[in-house]
Design a protein around this ligand. Structure first.
Ligand code: ISL
Ligand code: CA
Length: 561
């Protein structure tokens, strides 16, 4: 059946994974070349960020044709081979279903533009503008896009606006329309028939928009319409329909939801067993840790947090979801976030140690681990010049911080650099050769200069490497059902930096203790934990009694009798 709790998922961002044909762009054959490597990690599910035909306005999240492979990445035959070759190595492929919007070059949208009376016109949100002071034309409402601009684009020909909640080239689909839903279900069947394992679903909690598209918030210009697009009741109805119409016919297919501001309540509503909607979902809040109310690029409270904040956030999240029911994907990073060791660890003095610590978190929290390419070798944020930035969000934030928020260039640049999605999108570092062994020519985006000492080949040679540690963790997770299915119980809640928890199933009890900080500290283990067996940790195991000194970012996993 749907064994989503048992899996270990690895996210591939294909454009930057491996280039097989020397054009500087990652591709499907590149992934095929690296399947043995992926298998050696012990992962069993490969989630590919979108590989469909696209105009790259949002690097694949602007789909022009769901039935074609992006020619930069290869052909449909390559895709079929990838599915086959992965299976041969006991791995399966998760596709990215981008169903909340299409590219403005998708044939549906092209028809909608060409003929306002076409059925496709109703697939999107076309609306008349409002008239403002002195006959000035205003958009239908005050909605802001996820990237900070007006969420409406003007169609000169029909004199109407259309809704774009991300880049201006990603047109929101109207899920109220049966044609849209049937169209997406057909896409899903097409891919499931090809033998994929299921879907990661892009902004799936925003597929329903409030009737009448009312103004957001207090009616002031440019507000992100959280209340009118996030997790509206109909989003559940659509997903239940999708389950009945498509997924029930593929009893092994798994669905992993992604969305805007997914709270624990939200996550549970979509994934609790009775819901019959999604299998698992990503919670959002960890990625907002330390950000102010404006989110990722909020400069007022920018990026300030302490170990105790991360600890509390994780403990609360784990406990709440367990109580509410439902299942989460554990991802400390992805293609939308900075590199995890730079964001939550220390990418300088304790890069390797803290990367191992974070890996221990991913594999021992209650949920399904979802790794992101490069974290297994401790890839870090990349110091790019603004001229080298590729991501729409970064470029736009840079402009907005200066123009609208009047920040000096240097400060705007620092803010964007540390949070930019490009940090996660520089090429995978395979070796110390030119361009990190990713390609033989200059890649589409700059390679992080630290490839000379952070790369897979070096890791493979080293003893006690991070890569090796990941392999130990995948094996440990296979060995102990408590890590996969067990309950979560946090201990020592009041400690400011060490997170301690139990994972327990039947007779099996594991104790995890992780120092989330770069400061040393000593913990006293109470007598009930005296006869613990050390399983794995990121420092040398030591004979210690009741008082245990935790080094910076030290983590330990024990088996309890
Ligand atoms: O990236 C974010 C903040 O920097 C998130 O808010 C993100 O926009 C949100 O989680 C939705 O992301 C997904 O859909 C987007 C796409 O740009 C992202 O890459 C994708 O993961 C639109 O398709
Ligand atoms: Ca290529």
């Amino acid at each position: 059946m749907r064994n989503f709790q048992e899996r270990i998922i690895y996210q591939i961002w294909p454009r930057s994974f491996k280039d097989s044909n020397d054009d500087g762009i990652g591709d499907l054959n590149g992934i095929i070349e690296k399947l043995d490597y992926l298998q050696s990690l012990g992962v069993d599910t490969l989630w590919l960020s979108p590989v469909y035909a696209t105009e790259n306005a949002d690097y694949g999240y602007d789909v022009t044709d769901y039935y074609q492979i992006n020619p930069e990445y290869g052909t449909m035959e390559d895709m079929e081979e990838l599915i086959r070759e992965a299976k041969r190595r006991h791995m399966e492929i998760l596709m990215d279903l981008v169903a909340s919007h299409t590219s403005d070059r998708h044939p549906w949208f092209q028809k909608a533009l060409a003929d306002p009376h076409s059925p496709q016109r109703q697939y999107y949100f076309f609306r008349k503008g409002k008239s403002g002071p002195r006959g000035k034309r205003l958009p239908p409402n005050n909605w802001m896009s996820a990237f900070g601009d007006e969420a409406w684009q003007w169609d000169q020909k029909s004199q109407e606006y259309y809704l774009t909640l991300f880049t201006p080239r990603q047109c929101d689909l109207n899920w109220e329309n049966l044609g849209v839903r049937q169209g997406i279900y057909a896409v899903m069947r097409f891919w499931l028939e090809k033998g994929i394992a299921g879907f990661r679903m892009d902004v799936i909690n925003a597929i329903s928009k409030a009737t009448g598209l009312p103004d957001a918030g207090n009616g002031k210009p440019l507000q992100f319409p959280f209340d009118h697009v996030v997790s509206l009741p109909m989003s559940h109805v659509y997903l239940q329909e999708m389950r009945r119409e498509v997924l029930d016919h593929y009893p092994e297919a798994i669905t992993l939801g992604e969305g805007f501001l997914v709270t624990q309540e939200d996550l549970s509503a979509y994934t609790r067993p009775g819901a019959k909607e999604l299998d698992l979902m990503f919670p959002s809040e960890i990625h907002l840790l330390g950000c102010g109310p404006l989110g990722k690029f909020d400069f007022r409270k920018f990026y300030r947090w302490e170990a105790r904040d991360l600890k509390r956030l994780l403990e609360d999240g784990q406990t709440r979801i367990q109580g509410l029911g439902g299942w989460q994907g554990i991802a400390l990073s992805n293609h939308d976030q900075p590199r995890q060791v730079s964001r939550f660890g220390d990418d300088k003095l304790y890069r390797r140690k803290s990367a191992k610590l974070l890996a221990m978190l991913s594999f021992t929290l209650r949920g399904t681990p979802v790794l992101f390419q490069g974290e297994e070798i401790g890839m870090t944020n990349c110091p790019l010049e603004p001229e080298e930035w590729k991501d729409y969000e970064a470029l736009n934030a840079y402009r907005i911080l200066q123009e609208r928020m009047h920040l000096p260039k240097g400060m705007a640049r620092r803010i964007v650099s540390s949070m930019s999605r490009d940090n996660a999108r520089t090429p995978m570092q395979w070796s110390a050769e030119n361009f990190g062994g990713f390609s033989s020519v200059k890649p589409w985006i700059t390679v992080n200069p630290n490839f000379s000492y952070i790369n897979v080949e070096d890791e493979e040679k080293k003893e006690n490497s991070l890569l090796d540690f990941y392999r130990k963790l995948t094996a440990l997770r296979q060995e102990y059902p408590a890590l996969r299915q067990g309950s979560f119980k946090s201990l020592l809640r009041s400690h400011p930096q060490v997170m301690v928890y139990l994972r327990e199933i039947g007779e099996q009890r594991l104790l995890v203790a992780l120092n989330l900080s770069g400061k040393k500290t000593t913990l006293t283990f109470t007598p009930e934990f005296r006869s613990r067996k050390y399983l794995l940790g990121n420092y040398r195991p030591r004979e210690e009694g009741d008082d245990v000194t935790f080094h910076p970012y030290e983590g330990m996993i024990f088996l309890l009798p």
